[in-house]
Write a protein that binds this ligand. Structure first.
Ligand SMILES: [Cu+2]
Length: 342
């Protein structure tokens, strides 16, 4: 074969490759399932009993920036939530230089140390302070960016009882996010450690979804607790939830806002048991399901100061409470019961 023939063949080959590549572009572009642009991400929580795993199934792990509604369907027999963390640039770089995916880097740097350090504490071998000092030292070694500059809490659907569906809208900027649920199983194992940990990418393309129109406004602050601008009524609501401030409480986390339906709001024992159940530091708390008589309906997980979420809920007559997942919420005006009249 002479050189000219070889060159011709090479040209034909290159053209063929180029055409083949071009023809794949429209196919890729049409694959809209890859990126969520409709503003709603469907999340289903399931339990794989055989593998002993709690899992999130997301309609998409890649979404446009802007207002996104998470429709959280709890198809399992346990309570769950969906806390969204924004990873700082330093965390993304650290994952890259460790040659790990963001999900693996988070799991190895935060979730795994948390469970390992928590085990001797919950077994009664360590005091809470010994546990947390040791945990902070471990995470500072493996994922220092978690504290400085810090992963940020961006809200997400609140505690949602087995069989229930809840809906929460938040605004997300382009970046990398981790979502988790840290309800525990009866062996005191956090769900995030056994499957409920996912990665979401928010791409640099803004959706044109408009900010929801609220019917009521709820504010939460460390000084005044939970306050509503107007009493709630029966029917469908979009509740704007504003985080006037944020602070770290005795359980090392900030406040969030949960709606819970109650069999009887005058049942002091139920309210006390529910408050105790919300404190992850205690054995048996945050395990499996809320106490009998309390059904979680969603809300929003923790957000940083100035954060805003929209909680969509259909209220039927009965007794309810707003509650924050902090120790002794009633002492902070963060356990507020109310009734929706017939
Ligand atoms: Cu869970």
């Amino acid at each position: 074969m002479d050189i000219i023939t070889s060159l011709k063949r090479l040209t034909v080959f290159s053209l063929t490759v180029a055409i083949a590549l071009l023809s794949t572009i429209p196919i890729t572009a049409c694959n809209e399932a890859e990126t969520e642009r409709q503003g709603t991400v469907e999340v289903t929580a399931t339990h794989d009993a055989e593998e002993n795993k709690h899992l999130f199934k997301l309609s998409s792990n890649e979404i446009s920036s802007g207002w996104t509604t998470f429709q959280f369907q709890n198809a399992s027999g346990y309570d769950h939530f969906f806390l969204i963390w924004q990873i700082p640039e330093e965390g993304i770089k650290a994952a890259r230089s460790a040659n790990e995916s963001i999900l693996d880097h988070w799991f190895r740097g935060i979730t795994q140390p948390f469970q390992k350090e928590f085990n001797p504490y919950i077994e009664g071998e360590l005091e809470f302070k010994e546990f947390t000092d040791s945990l902070v030292a471990t995470i500072s070694g493996k994922a220092p960016w978690f504290f400085d500059p810090g992963a940020q809490t961006m809200g997400g659907p609140g505690f949602t009882a087995a069989g229930e569906t809840s809906k929460t809208t938040v605004h997300l900027e382009p970046g990398e996010y981790i979502v988790e649920c840290y309800v525990k199983n009866e062996e005191e194992v956090f769900h995030s450690y056994i499957g409920m940990l996912e990665h979401i990418s928010v791409i640099d393309e803004t959706s044109d979804i408009e900010e929801p129109e609220p019917t009521k406004t709820l504010t939460i602050s460390s000084t005044d607790g939970i306050e509503l601008n107007q009493p709630l009524t029966e029917g469908s609501h979009t509740i704007e939830i504003l985080f006037k401030d944020q602070k770290t409480y005795a359980h090392l986390q900030g406040h969030n806002v949960q709606l819970v339906k109650l069999n009887n709001k005058e049942d002091e024992e139920l309210l006390a048991n529910l408050s105790t159940w919300m404190d992850w530091r205690q054995a048996g708390s945050l395990v499996n399901r809320a106490p009998e008589g309390a059904t979680f309906m969603g809300g929003t997980m923790e957000m940083t100061e100035g954060g805003k979420a929209y909680f969509h809920v259909d209220l039927t007559p009965g007794d309810y409470a707003w509650i924050a997942e902090i120790p002794n919420p009633a002492d902070h005006n963060m356990l507020k019961t109310f009734t929706i009249a017939e």
